[in-house]
Ligand binder design. Structure first.
Ligand code: ADP
Ligand code: ADP
Length: 220
């Protein structure tokens, strides 16, 4: 059963055709790499899936429903977007406690997700002083708060150092091994080829290749 289904999305911003028939599905239990150059429509697709942008045409479903029809959205899908809101004056831990509270989630998973993203020793530091890599980790912690079966991460390795990139790959693999559907965008194929079992390659608002990595290697 596909957990994200995007079909025929079209979205125009003025003269720019940001999405031009974007269609793909994301299955549970593997990492799906969403690869394409800057401006290809990856972020817009994720924003449409999350109901943050409205498509002119087409459908985007999470677990068979539109995001806006989900009763407890954070229990269904966790997302790390480029512009993930961060409360700079709060500590990392207080940011997550605030988020859990404001989203009606219990505080029970806060310390667990902090450990899961390796921010244990920084949990009581102000998030405003964090490096980009630490912010990415905090954003992922926020995405994991609701223990969602679906994750969407927009360029999660941005700002990570080489050690952080290795860590991120391991985290993505383990989230998929837990049976989650994980959609990860990157403008670099090389960032995802070792991690993704499924690749959706996009350009100019549409899919130009949709293949399993095994198939890709076999035909190379
Ligand atoms: P990607 O995530 O692959 O880099 P985006 O989805 O951010 O691509 O952008 C797709 C295209 O839509 C780009 O040309 C971008 O400039 C444009 N775009 C995205 N959001 C907006 C917006 N809010 N207003 C105008 N143009 C936008
Ligand atoms: P990415 O490359 O990861 O998509 P962007 O810089 O394109 O990041 O987008 C960041 C934010 O700016 C998004 O909310 C997007 O909708 C908006 N945006 C992108 N391009 C434009 C644009 N040309 N005009 C206005 N807003 C834009």
């Amino acid at each position: 059963e596909a957990t994200i289904e995007v079909a025929g999305l079209r979205k125009r911003f003025g003269q720019t055709m940001a999405l031009d028939g974007m269609s793909f599905t994301v299955e549970p239990g593997q990492v799906t790499g969403f690869v394409g150059p800057n401006g290809a429509g990856k972020s817009t697709t994720m924003r449409v899936i999350l109901g943050l942008d409205k498509a002119d045409e087409g459908t985007a479903l999470v677990g068979g429903r539109p995001y806006t029809g989900l009763r407890n959205p954070l229990h269904h899908v966790g997302a790390l977007l480029d512009a993930s809101a961060l409360q700079p004056s709060r500590t990392a831990r207080n940011h997550l406690l605030w988020l859990a509270h404001s989203q009606g989630l219990g505080a029970g998973r806060v310390d667990e997700v902090i450990e899961q993203v390796g921010l244990g020793s920084a949990a009581r530091r102000r998030a405003g002083g964090f490096s980009l890599g630490m912010r990415q980790r905090l954003g992922i912690a926020a995405a994991l708060l609701g223990d969602p079966p679906v994750l969407m991460l927009d360029e999660p390795v941005n700002g990570l150092d080489p050690e952080g990139i290795v860590w991120m790959r391991g985290l993505l693999r383990s989230l998929a091994a837990e049976g989650r559907a994980v959609l990860v965008s990157s403008h670099l194929m090389s960032e995802l080829e070792d991690t993704a079992g499924h690749l959706v390659v996009v350009g100019r608002g549409r899919v130009i290749a949709d293949t399993s990595v095994a198939e890709l290697i076999a035909t190379a």
